[in-house]
Design a protein around this ligand. Sequence first.
Ligand code: ADP
Ligand code: MG
Length: 701
Amino acid sequence: MTEMSESPLKQSLTTLKGVGEKMVEKLNKLGLFNVQDLLFHLPRNYQDKTVLTNISQLYPGTEALIEGEILSQHMTQSRNSSLLVKVIDGSGQTLTCRFFHFHFRQAQQFKRGSRLRAYGEINGGPTGLEMVHPTYQLFSEDNIPPLETTLTPSYPLTDGIGQTTLLKLIKQAISLLKHYPLPEAISEDILIPLNLPGINQALLTLHEPQASDGLASIKSFRHPAQQRLIFEELLTSQLSLQLMREKQRQFSAPIFPASPQAEQLIQQLPFSLTQAQQRVMAEIRQDISQPCPMQRLVQGDVGSGKTIIAALAAVQAAEAGFQVAIMAPTEILSEQHFIQFSEWLQPLNLNVAWLNGRMKVAEKRQALEGMVSGEAQIIIGTHALFQDSVQFQNLGLVVIDEQHRFGVHQRLALHSKGKVESESALEQHPHQLIMTATPIPRTLAMTAYGDLDLSIIDELPPGRQPIQTAVLSNEKRFDVMENLVKQCEQGVQAYWVCPLIEASDLLIAQAAEVTAQQFTEQWPNLRIGLIHGRLKGAEKGQIMKAFKAHELDLLVATTVIEVGVNVPNASLMIIENAERLGLAQLHQLRGRVGRGSKQSHCVLLYQSPMSETSKKRLSIMRASTDGFKIAEEDLKIRGPGEILGTRQTGGMLFRIADLQRDAEWIPKVKQVAEALAQSDDDVIEALQDRWIGDKRDYQQA
Ligand code: ADP
Ligand code: MG
């Protein structure tokens, strides 16, 4: 192919039918910038609508396709009215479809006697088995549509783009792929012995799996097409890390000399640093006193005291006359950091600024100006800090907190930010301090962070009592609520977490709302806060503040509180549907308590029946509070079949690979990466182009 006729796969999304500027913006949010990106936007899940299940054979927590006759439909009269449609099938059992949001016209479609085919997750509800917001089809007895013959992919979505829209776009991309196949980046010498198919075949299989492809192997991620892409993605990441490390070594960085102000801060703390904190601090100081960019990862379990480490490094940079950017994965956490850093650093006369999503236009402009002029010395924010419009005067240090939430690729993109043309011939880069509590085993950590030096805080502050964890059936839910209220009357503060997985933001918010209402109705004196992803930033901030100030006894929340939230007085945590969460996420959530000297408790509520794996997970949680131990156990028990359907938080944000599930690939990937790195820059570029979102920023970094 000549350069004149670039492949249509490399062209802009607007070349597709139905894509305008508005849509492009939304697609960009998913990391999709051209047609090829759509091909690498892989299904997160598949729905199996190829077989019907009898209602009598359903059980909660699974997904199924059912078909039956509509017995009745009615609307509930509560404030948020629901539409309930009751169906009976050949097994003689009934199931209710529940819709929270519906148009009047939609409600009228569900006529008594007509046939309904519905696909969704089965829940145990007040009226027996339920499906909440199933996808469905209506038809009459004499006009029964055939069942699907292939799996239906479902893709990761973003606000404003639904499954159907995305599916249409991906279909267009696929038909282009059939005419303009991608060049093969990995040679047959490597692929054939590993039994891996070509790239084009792999992509076609995953977007349009045929029944003959074996649903079971796809669902468990063992299909060769998936293995091929997993291998390629891991290889890309490994190559990028190798390259990045080599390149960074060639840059210069500012020198931060020993800092009297940092010493002063240490003197003023109400605690003294642990041995582990002191050791890690010494490692960081060694790095930042050198004219070469630090690239250090600090790993420390939840509650081990990483924030103060970041603050001390920040002070040292600021005292040397450089700016510091501190990036947190959520706005809630960035606000907490702002409050904490202000408390520590203002007495030292350092200017701490907070860039956030709720600023008015004028306020934001002012903040941005403060960053350009250098007046703002320590700037805290979310990933918004790294947008193109944000400029620093002399950025000397970048701190990334809870980095596992950002993913390897985003981290790489940051290397390029804050480049400074210095007087010497060498380009200057800021130092980087990356912090994570991700309990991933050390061998895997070395792979995921192959470009970083590692420091470990392997000690908790003194006086912490291990959190006591109980595992209880959901049947005890009311007892647990009652007990919680009693505790709160004694001055305890508690979290109640409602994690609904794979549901929309809206449904998750509703689950939390319902729980908060139940508390309010039963115990009107309890001071309750409700926090979920659909609240505005300012509202979230107010609620967190009130909880921290003990103006609230109970915080009912979704997993938005998962990372970094620090309210040392909170000592009781209830997690509902704990059986659905992975160990890494449970550990993160539980880490919100046990942060003070009080004995903390955690109750994990589960819904029966539980899979063997879920049972094992919860018993590990009961037995241990050590993040690294939990991670090792996790690796042992995670059967690949469990992965699909549970959200992969706690893993790196790869598109398809999962460092734990796919650990067996790692030695091979390293070997191939080393061989390739010696040879061919074009190959690496082609691979990065496929796999790395936001890549355009740092390919030249
Ligand atoms: P994480 O590592 O999870 O980010 P934080 O930095 O939020 O942990 O620290 C958890 C709590 O422990 C905070 O309230 C912090 O002030 C406190 N803390 C940190 N270091 C020490 C220490 N050496 N001694 C006592 N408390 C500490
Ligand atoms: Mg933290």
